[in-house]
Design a protein around this ligand. Structure first.
Ligand code: NAD
Length: 419
């Protein structure tokens, strides 16, 4: 497996970022105590009968970080590196992210420590259904709404919805988002994260007086978020010159044909061997001499040991937590403009919110409605974060955290707490 990742503890990094923003906001101790830590943490055992007949036990988690502004919301990840601290970090970021785009949700996340690439369809279905039963006391359309994340997809959401609905005796589509359209999914949800990334890159280019047309781009991680962002950038006339997935990196100085690369990835599950490209290393991709870097894989991709190799004008964090705080400081020093994850990739949860609204109302929108509303939400959030960045002279990440944390702090102060 390709790796550029160091094992910094994501949850410690999330707390470090919280403190940096809370300090600039001048947040009092009591408010920090109320909003900083997860409200609920559940660890479960998921026994699954594997295809060869033996039982395998998986460890799994669901963390609700906050329900201050609304039901908790967050994806479910299937990956060998899933740990409780990673899930706590991702749940924490979801809280601030929902507040940055001002949607009425709190933050949550779930994960199963497993290797989905080496599991059959049947094993994945049995594991998903058993995991759903195990977290059943926490989830529901009014309390906690899962969605896809790394190595989960609309099929996973369909199994969760079905398992949950079976226990109630009637269909409850609003328990998950990112569902197939035929089960109450929203048009535009599948491409929402990448589309949101694209809108924020457009805003960053405007701010920096940079042309997106002919700008050069490198994308680390060619899954849902990375491939859609690459496709929209390609359609806008940018040249996506380097792309990687977990097994290889491909490069073409004149620009890769992204629709054809997506076709290859769909057919073979890999970008490897793409015609009219040459292989490069993960380190070369990060060090690529280009205008925009889109890290769209996992956490800690850019860290203290490799950040100084990054030489781009814009880093657009499609992934959650791809830059460590140390990397942030190095890039800040180099004058790199970072679009932080809780702003950059918030398009996914925004359209998840639209999906939940449609499910609750049993009234479904046209794709163009979804795109228009998403564009408004993303561009408003970008403008709000940029204003804090300029007014307070703080990095964009601190500005985004200030906006999100500030909104949650205001909500908790007004609600108060039950004695
Ligand atoms: P995905 O499973 O669709 O794709 C992940 C991609 O990353 C795959 O192509 C995989 O091969 C690649 N990858 C894994 N390890 C890699 C490595 N070391 N180097 C290069 N590539 C590697 O997942 P996704 O949904 O696109 O999620 C990617 C990131 O975006 C995650 O951080 C996720 O939390 C974040 N995100 C996703 C959504 C969403 O709606 N899907 C929303 C917000 C944030």
């Amino acid at each position: 497996m390709l790796t550029t990742t160091r094992t910094d503890n994501a949850y410690e990094l999330a707390l470090e970022n919280f403190d940096a923003a809370a300090d600039v906001l001048g947040l009092d101790r009591d408010t920090r105590e109320m909003i900083k830590y997860p409200e609920r943490v559940l660890t479960v055992t998921v026994p699954v009968r594997m295809d060869d007949g033996h039982i395998h036990r998986f460890e799994a988690y669901r963390v609700q970080h906050s329900s201050v502004r609304g039901p908790a919301k967050g994806g479910i990840r299937y990956h060998p590196q899933v740990s409780l601290d990673e899930v706590k970090a991702l749940a924490t970021w979801m809280t601030w992210k929902c507040a940055v785009v001002n949607i009425p949700f709190g933050g949550a996340k779930g994960g199963v420590t497993c290797d989905p690439k080496h599991m059959s369809h049947g094993e994945l279905e049995r594991m998903t259904r058993r995991y759903t039963s195990a977290i059943l006391p926490l989830i529901g359309p009014e309390r906690d709404i899962p969605a896809p994340d790394v190595y989960t997809n609309s099929q996973t959401m369909a199994w969760i919805m079905d398992t949950y609905s079976m226990t109630k005796g009637y269909p409850i589509p609003g328990v998950v988002t990112g569902k197939p359209i035929c089960l109450g999914g929203s048009l535009g949800r599948n491409e929402a994260t990448g589309r949101g990334v694209f809108y924020t890159i457009q805003c960053a280019c405007d701010h920096l007086h940079m042309q997106l047309k002919d700008a050069t781009v490198a994308v680390q991680g060619f899954g849902n978020a990375g491939s859609i962002a690459a496709q929209l950038l390609h359609e806008a006339g940018a040249r996506v010159i380097a792309v990687s997935d977990s097994t290889s990196c491909v490069y073409n100085r004149n620009g890769l044909n992204i629709p054809e690369l997506m076709h290859l990835k769909a057919l073979t599950g890999k970008v490897e061997g793409f015609p009219e490209s040459e292989p490069i290393t993960p380190a070369e991709l990060l060090a690529m001499n280009c205008d925009i870097l889109v890290p769209a894989a996992l956490e800690n991709a850019v860290h203290v040991d490799n950040a100084s190799m990054v030489r781009v004008k814009i880093v657009a964090e499609a992934a959650n937590g791809p830059l460590t705080p140390a990397a942030d400081r190095i890039l800040e020093g180099n004058g790199t403009f970072v679009i932080p994850d809780i702003l950059c990739n918030a398009g996914g949860v925004t359209v998840s919110y639209f999906e939940w609204v449609q499910d609750e109302q049993h009234l479904f929108w046209e794709a163009q409605d979804v795109y228009d509303r998403l564009e408004r939400v993303m561009k408003t959030a970008f403008r709000d974060v940029l204003k804090i960045h300029m007014d307070h002279k703080v990095p964009m990440r601190t500005a985004a955290n200030m906006l999100g944390i500030g909104r949650v702090a205001e909500a908790v102060q007004i609600r108060g707490i039950y004695p």
